[in-house]
Design a protein around this ligand. Structure first.
Ligand code: E4P
Length: 218
């Protein structure tokens, strides 16, 4: 399973990259605003910085909701850096734009996916990634994991190559459950990745090993 970090915070991205297990980054307009990245020049510059920090795919989301606007924005984003994946919302114009970019060989991530039908449409439009929002479904007492299982089944039935990018991951349990059901990618905050390191028996076991070593070796 690929690990993406879901943030526009450069130090979190650098920390995940330093761990050696990072495969890419996802951003969205809310995450960019949270870092105070405002205005198209600053936004494009920030995407470039992210691409220079990591080796993998970097999802950059369009703001337009009309077809022409999405194409113009998406083409500018894709031209920015070869690692950029154009992120498009799951609306009719987003599906049309996805098909357009697929035909042009530009990679896409269809976002804000909350149903198996939406995921099927994204795959038919040739999306590179589809992003079902696990945490936001859980937030409204709906089983987000079940949606990912449904998409896995549908994609496997027909051999769709679209990768399932489990998004809106909130914790390590989400990560593990997504891995169990065969999600291709997960994207979550830094803690959902570094939290996987933690186990009290690892900490106490290591402390004991070091203590015993010191006893024998001074
Ligand atoms: C996905 O690409 C989104 O950026 C993200 O995962 C949304 O997560 P949230 O529901 O925690 O905002």
């Amino acid at each position: 399973m690929k690990f993406f970090i879901d943030t526009a915070n450069l130090s979190d991205i650098a920390e995940a990259q330093a761990l050696g297990v990072l495969d890419g980054v996802t951003t969205n307009p809310s995450l960019m605003a949270k870092e105070g990245i405002i205005g198209s020049e600053a936004i494009l510059g920030h995407y470039k910085k992210i691409c220079e920090l990591v080796e993998g795919d970097v999802s950059a989301e369009v703001i337009s909701t009309d077809f022409e606007g999405m194409i113009k924005e998406g083409e500018a984003l894709a031209a920015l850096h070869p690692q950029i994946v154009v992120k498009l919302p799951m609306i009719a114009n987003g599906v049309k734009a996805c098909k357009y970019f697929t035909d042009k060989g530009i990679r896409t991530n269809v976002t804000l996916v909350f149903s198996a039908g939406q995921a099927l449409l994204a795959a038919k439009a040739g999306a590179t990634y589809v992003s079902p929002f696990l945490g936001r479904l859980d937030d409204i007492s709906t089983d987000g994991l079940n949606l990912i299982s449904e998409i896995r089944l549908i994609y496997d039935n027909y051999g769709f190559e679209t990768q399932i990018l489990a998004a809106s991951i909130r914790n390590t349990i989400h990560v593990i459950n997504c891995a169990k059901i065969g999600s291709d990618v997960m994207t979550g905050p830094l803690l959902s990745i570094t939290g996987l390191l933690k186990h009290p028996l690892t900490d106490s076991g290591l402390a004991k090993f070091l203590e015993d070593y010191k006893k024998g070796n001074g």
